[in-house]
Design a protein around this ligand. Structure first.
Ligand SMILES: O=c1ccn([C@@H]2O[C@H](COP(=O)(O)O)[C@@H](O)[C@H]2O)c(=O)[nH]1
Length: 275
């Protein structure tokens, strides 16, 4: 999906909600555990219930890889299901990859390589630490996106990302200003956590046009209003992720309808912010 299509989708659904598919066998409702592929069944019902309110889905690879081959099967089936709604949602592999160039090429094929791996995500999250040659291979794929970690939502973001050099420049600012030149606002986004929403004002000074993937509302306590206040741009420019607060809104047989209620409430709030 390209930038124009993403912006149109946001306008059409009046939403910039990304639903995180952090689907955990220990947390899904008990009645699903007897099905052939409980995680896929859970994801399928969550997608059906939330698709009217969400513009993006973000499976976090950890929840699938941790289960080995069965987990990867659940991921592949979930992606195949999402592909049947290709023009209705943007897909993000939250994998936080990045390595020397020739290895990054293989990672890129893993997530963007319909012919190679069978997976065809729109975007993949990438760690910037290894620099330009580790990121560029992901940018070689047309209509695909790199989402680079800039300022993460966790406490540990202050260990490196918020530290300053001798000129007073924060490391995450340097990541943004340097890496923005490796691609453009049509193939790069940045992760900025909702837990430090006021920092979005600083982020917007450096990358006014780029889309930002913002995790950290819901279970991590970030505020959607604050994120919108500092982060919205003329094209919206935000994908706000919520995982646990939506997919585990209920642990019972009504999990899908409760997830829909949560997603709908967020979409309504977002519609109000987009005017
Ligand atoms: O800075 C970051 C980067 C990634 N994440 C991921 O987003 C979701 C958040 O889940 P919630 O349940 O809504 O808290 C999860 O997959 C994280 O690994 C992040 O939280 N912060």
């Amino acid at each position: 999906m390209n930038r124009e299509q993403l912006i149109n989708l946001i306008r059409q659904k009046q939403s910039f909600l990304c639903v995180g598919l952090d689907s955990d066998m220990d947390k899904i409702p008990a009645h699903l555990r007897n099905t052939a592929d409980p995680i896929y069944e859970f994801n399928r019902q969550i997608i059906d219930a939330t698709l009217p309110y969400a513009v993006a889905y973000k499976p976090n690879l950890a929840f699938y890889e941790s289960r080995g081959i069965p987990g990867l099967n659940s991921l592949y089936k979930t992606m195949a299901y999402l592909e049947s709604f290709r023009d209705q949602c943007f897909t993000i592999a939250d994998a936080k990859r990045g390595d020397i160039g020739n290895t990054s090429t293989q990672y890129a094929k893993a997530f963007f390589g319909k012919q190679d791996s069978g997976l065809d995500f729109d975007a993949v999250t990438v760690a910037p630490y290894m620099g330009e040659d580790s990121v560029k291979p992901f940018l070689a794929f047309e209509n695909k996106w790199v989402i680079l970690l800039a300022l993460t939502s966790n406490k540990g973001a202050s260990d490196f990302q918020l530290t300053e050099d001798r000129q007073g420049e924060k490391l995450f600012s340097r990541v943004l200003s340097t890496s923005a030149g490796w691609g453009n606002a049509g193939n790069m986004m940045f992760v900025v956590g909702a837990t430090r929403a006021e920092m979005l004002a600083e982020v917007r000074k450096i990358v006014p046009e780029h889309f930002l993937l913002v995790p950290g509302v819901g279970a991590q306590g970030g505020s959607l209003q604050e994120v919108a206040k500092y982060g919205l741009n003329k094209d919206c420019g935000l994908l706000v992720n919520a995982s646990r607060s939506i997919i585990y809104a209920s642990g019972s047989t009504d999990f899908a309808s409760k997830a829909a209620e949560e997603a709908k409430a967020m979409q309504k709030e977002m519609a109000g912010l987009l005017v």
